[in-house]
Design a protein around this ligand. Sequence first.
Ligand code: MTE
Length: 327
Amino acid sequence: MQIRIRRGWEIPESRATPEAVVTARRSLLGAGAGLIASAGAAQAQWLKPAWLFGGAPVKEQPRQPREAPRNARYQPGRDVTPEINTTTYNNYYEFGTSKNVVGPAQALVVEPWTIRIEGMVASPRSIGIDDLLKQVTLEERVYRHRCVEAWAMTVPWVGFPLADLLRIAEPQAGAKYVVFQTLADDKMMPGISEGFYPYPYTDGLTMAEAANELAFLSVGMFGKSLPPQNGAPIRVLMPWKYGFKGPKSIVKVIFTDKRPISFWEALQDTEYGFWANVNPAVPHPRWSQARERLLGTDEMVPTQIWNGYGEFVADMYKGLEKERLFA
Ligand code: MTE
C-alpha cells in the first residue's frame, strides 16, 4: 500500500494564488500600508482583510495596548517589516494551510487562557496568563524571523525571556528538554478535524536553548497584544532557528528527559529535524536556504548562519557537529 504524504509546506493546487493576483496584491500592499497606518485603529481593523484578500471584510479581534521599553541589546540591522504584512501573511495550520488565515483565526478565544506546567517539575500546576504576566517584566525586542520556507520578517515583539518561565516552573535537575504544546480545539480551528496533521502542534528545545538569553515568550507585537493569527495570547520565539520552532498559542509546557519529536519532524523527518538552526549553506531537501525574501518589499537578501545571532548561540552547539544541527 502506498501512502501519499502531503509534505509540510505543500498546499493543494486549488489553494495556490495565481501569480498575477499576488503581484497585484503586493502593489496594493505597498500603497495601502501608509494609508492604513494613518487610518484610525478601529477603521484599520475592518480595512485590512478586505484590502488584501477581497471578499467580505473580517472583523479582527480588538488588541489591548501592550507597550514595553525596547531592549537595545538586540539590534536587527534591518528595517522593521510593516505590521500589515506580519499580520496577514501567516503560518497557522490549525486555521488553514494557506497564508491567509486572518479570517478564520478570529474565532480563537484567548480569554481566559491557562497554561499547564507538568512533567519533571517541582509541582505540576496550571497558571493563568494574567498571573504569569504579574511575575515577569515585559520588554520589547526587535527580532529577525526566518521561516524555513525562505521568507523573513523583522518584528518588534513584546514579551519576556523564556528563562523567566523556567524559573517559575522549577524544573527538576534531571529535566533535559522543554516541550511546548499548543491549543488544538476543533470547534475553533477548522484544520484540526482535517485529520492529516499530527495535532496538537508541539515543539521542543534543550534546557540550555530554553535558558539562552535570546529565547523569548511573546505576548504582543507592535505595542499591542498578539493578534490570533500570530499566536495569541502567547507564543515562543527562537530567532536563530527556523520559525517552525516557535509554537503559537501555547497551552502546555512539559519538562522531560526524553528528546521530543516535534509536529514537523513527525510529519517528515527527512526534511525537518530537532535542531532546525538557520544555515544558508544547508539546503532544505526541496529548496535552497541561501537567500530569503523580506515580507513587505520582496527584496531577496542573503541568509545568515544562526540567522545572524551566532554571537549569542553558536557556543551551545560545540561538540554536537555530528548532529543534524541545520535541518
Ligand atoms: N504554531 C502553531 N500552533 N501552528 C503553526 O502552524 N507555524 C510555525 C510557527 N508556529 C505554526 C506555529 C511556522 S512554520 C512559522 S514560520 C511561524 O509560526 C509563523 O509565524 P507568523 O505567522 O507569526 O509569521
